[in-house]
Design a protein around this ligand. Structure first.
Ligand code: URA
Length: 260
């Protein structure tokens, strides 16, 4: 029978893994991945010298993403290309690919950051508390992601299609490798206006952060008019920022009206 100490040790190890971001058990038995890939051995089992070890050229994930996104002609093909992209580690920790939601011919496109726990669970963007607020914000300017006509619709996606562990901020390398897919996404939806929700979206689309300075000022992203806005999750934490967000929404609405 296991000792009391062992039970506590196992429990502490489990807590440590949760702390590192592990939130799912993938197989029943542990796998020693070091044993699966033994280092190249030289004579008599000694590690191979640098001269004899064959260096594998590392694939450039950004170039591979560009290649994968290039030939894509439809949103279904884009979803399939992202689903088949194996170079972003986030994919391995995610339960679902979170591609997009809303009307694919909508004039307004929302670019969020990355799925959270709720989105990861069901594979749709912005379905948690921040998403419910986003729906209310869209409703306030007469738009609805479930609308059947493009004029009343909104199309919603994220910079990253997979949930980062423990909702951490995406790494610059992760943003860079998914950017070719975002560019293609915008080109296929071809919206009149993009709302950039939060810092990660601004980083991806404009190459800069500082949402509280950027918000409310028109910019150009992916060849489209783009308006940075505070993220709905921020508005949930800082309700006093809603007044400025409301002004930004009206600004976006006016741009859509002017472009009719
Ligand atoms: N926050 C985002 O930026 N995107 C989501 O899909 C959910 C929360």
């Amino acid at each position: 029978m296991e000792s009391f100490e062992q039970w506590h040790l196992d429990r502490a190890l489990l807590a440590w893994q949760v702390e590192l971001g592990v939130d799912e058990c993938i197989v029943d038995a542990p796998v020693d991945r070091f044993a699966l890939n033994p280092a190249p051995q030289g004579r008599r089992g000694a590690p191979a010298s640098p001269a004899t070890a064959v260096e594998q050229p590392r694939a450039d994930p950004v170039a591979l993403a560009r290649q994968a996104a290039q030939g894509v002609e439809t949103l279904d093909q884009l979803r399939a290309a992202i689903a088949g992209f194996e170079h972003c580690e986030l994919k391995r920790g995610a339960q679902n690919l979170v591609f997009a939601d809303g009307h694919p011919q909508a004039r307004l496109m929302v670019l969020g950051e990355a799925p959270g726990r709720d989105e990861d669970k069901i594979g749709r963007p912005f379905v948690g508390r921040a998403g419910q607020l986003l729906d209310r914000m869209m409703g306030a300017i007469g738009l609805d992601r479930t609308a059947e006509v493009p004029e009343r619709g909104v199309y919603i996606t994220n910079v990253l299609p997979w949930r980062p562990p423990r909702n951490r901020d995406p790494e610059p390398a992760e943003i860079a490798m998914m950017l070719p897919f975002v560019e293609r996404h915008v080109a296929l939806v071809d919206p009149d206006v993009i709302l950039l929700m939060g810092n990660i979206s601004c980083q991806a689309a404009l190459g800069k952060r500082g949402i509280l300075k950027l918000r409310g000022q028109w910019a150009e992203a992916f060849g489209k008019p783009a308006l940075p806005m505070t993220h709905p999750a921020y508005l949930l934490r800082q309700p006093q920022a809603k007044r400025a967000a409301w002004a930004d929404l009206l600004e976006a609405q006016a741009k859509l009206e002017a472009g009719r």
